[in-house]
Design a protein around this ligand. Structure first.
Ligand SMILES: Nc1ncnc2c1ncn2[C@@H]1O[C@H](COP(=O)(O)OP(=O)(O)O)[C@@H](O)[C@H]1O
Ligand SMILES: O=P(O)(O)OC[C@H](O)CO
Length: 496
């Protein structure tokens, strides 16, 4: 009987279940979108029960559509949108508030207050992060402060906190197992990434009771078995957990120090493996845990870009410039350049390396001759420029010069973008055959724990390139283009 690994990829806009075989090939995918709530400007929330329902639905669809029987599933790996915060009642399992999504800015004032009290450096040095509304810690505090009775319940030990991985494992195991892994813990602002434990001093500053927190485990081990009731009568080991960007780094087999990947989805997330060393950034990057595996923890430097593919969606849905995102390539290629037009897609502020939550989007260099094609091209180029900003910081922080960049995510299908990216970075951009590297990484982590795969080397040999894009732009032209982008960003940051 053939067996498969099942990856559950719980993303910001959809949940996916994916079956992989031993060669790392996708056997089947099922996907389900769910509701986005925007209760106030800048706030983004999800219904945690709807997410749970969507995960059950995609598991059922993936198995029934593929004809794979539940008993053929050797193990489950979970990967998730990171930082998104759920608080629920231990006894009833009811969330006390919506899940507050990573993009949500509703805790910006809590961050400002902690910064004004001089705590930024403390959080940075212990967690590798910044005091920004992006991360979970202030979101937990916000729920305890704003939901009636929540703080009292939390103090009595009646509430549990989890990122989405934790929520799903708790539900899948029939409410028995309350765990997370190092990668997800490292995005909470509450976890000390050097001592590998929840940090009491930070918990006190955030006023979050330790009793709410999940146990932190490695990214590859058996955490528990699925409850028969949720898994068609089968008890399947849940054996891998990683935040989606770390899972993609693993799925791209970036196992050696200095290897990096960039995922072009809603946002762009570039991670560089820095090995067993937590490299502190002095250029606006995050230090994060890449994975915990085989009794060891490896670290990564991360540049998080908040708006990437969603800028293409904006052209499609907001400005109605085309009906399908893939047409952006055709329009961009109809002109030889943007003719000096720059789009700065700072719709929710700018993440790495600027961390400016007040700045908003801007367009520069318009003339009477500016056409839709220039606009589309400039928007796509903005993804590559933002990535260049991050790589420049990454090389400065790590002292490592990137040799090649491995890419994945929805927007890498755009050949214009990939070529422009290679030109801008001056290094080859490599696109793998399997673009579903996030889910694949989760499957690999789970598969290693249960012996479906034996070693990371075996996994690395599965990685295959679909196409490489070689840099070809003359230095002078690259510097001129990039210089224009830097000026555009600076100008956008002045206008607030
Ligand atoms: N051919 C394309 N060119 C440019 N952008 C694209 C293309 N195809 C998809 N996208 C963008 O990629 C994003 C979807 O990628 P995906 O990896 O599924 O995102 P996520 O996991 O963040 O939801 C969308 O924002 C979409 O606009
Ligand atoms: O849901 P995604 O794939 O856009 O990823 C979200 C990131 O994990 C946020 O940090």
């Amino acid at each position: 009987m053939d067996t498969y690994m099942l990856a559950l990829d719980q993303g910001t806009t959809s949940s996916r279940a994916m079956l992989f075989d031993k060669t790392g090939k996708v056997v089947h995918v099922a996907q389900h979108e769910f509701t986005q709530y925007f209760p106030q400007p800048g706030w983004v929330e999800h219904n945690a029960n709807e997410i749970w329902g969507s995960v059950l639905a995609v598991i059922a669809a993936c198995l029934s559509e593929s004809g794979v029987k539940p008993e053929q599933v050797a193990g489950i790996g979970i990967t998730n949108q990171r930082e998104t915060t759920v608080v629920w009642e231990r006894d009833t399992g009811n969330p006390v508030y919506n899940a507050i999504v990573w993009q949500s800015r509703q805790t910006a004032d809590i961050c400002e207050r902690l910064k004004s009290e001089g705590h930024n450096e403390l959080f940075r040095s212990k967690t590798g992060l910044l005091l920004d509304a992006y991360f979970s810690g202030t979101k937990v505090k916000w729920i305890l402060d704003h939901v009636e009775g929540a703080r009292e319940k939390a103090e009595r030990g009646e509430l549990l906190f989890g990122t989405i991985d934790t929520w799903l494992v708790w539900r899948l195991t029939g409410r028995r197992v309350h765990v997370t892994d190092y990668t997800n813990a490292s995005r909470t602002l509450m976890f000390n990434i050097h001592e590998l434990k929840w940090d009491e001093e930070l918990l006190n500053l955030l006023a979050v009771p330790a009793s709410m927190l999940p146990e932190v485990r490695s990214s590859s081990e058996v955490y528990g078995l699925t409850d028969r009731h949720h898994f068609f009568g089968c008890e399947i080991p849940i054996a891998g957990i990683a935040g989606d960007q770390q899972a993609a780094l693993f799925g791209q087999a970036c196992f050696e120090q200095g290897m990096a990947k960039n995922t072009y989805g809603t946002g762009c997330f570039m991670l560089m493996n820095t090995g067993g060393k937590a490299v502190a950034s002095s250029h606006g990057l995050l230090t994060t845990i890449a994975w915990g595996l085989g009794g060891k923890v490896e670290y990564a430097l991360e540049g998080s870009i908040f708006v990437a593919g969603s800028a293409v969606q904006w052209l499609r849905d907001g400005l109605r410039m085309f009906a399908d995102s893939k047409d952006s390539e055709k329009y961009a290629e109809r002109v030889a350049s943007t003719d000096g037009v720059y789009v700065v897609p700072a719709f929710v502020g700018l993440g790495a390396p600027y961390w400016d939550s007040e700045v908003r989007g801007a367009v520069f260099g318009l003339t009477r001759g500016t056409k839709k094609e220039h606009f589309v091209r400039a928007t796509l180029e903005s993804l590559a420029y933002q990535t260049k900003d991050v790589l420049t910081s990454m090389e400065a922080d790590s002292g490592i010069s990137l040799k090649t960049l491995r890419v994945d995510g929805g927007a890498v299908r755009n050949n214009f973008l990939m070529q422009f990216q290679a030109d801008m970075l001056g290094v080859p951009v490599q696109r793998p055959v399997v673009n579903e590297t996030t889910a694949l990484g989760a499957a690999y982590l789970a598969g290693l724990a249960i012996g479906y795969w034996d070693t990371p080397e075996e996994i690395a040999s599965n990685w295959a390139m679909e196409r490489a894009f070689a840099p070809g732009m003359p230095d002078e032209q690259r510097d001129r283009y990039y210089g224009g982008w830097k000026k555009a960003v600076q100008a956008a940051m002045v206008f607030k």
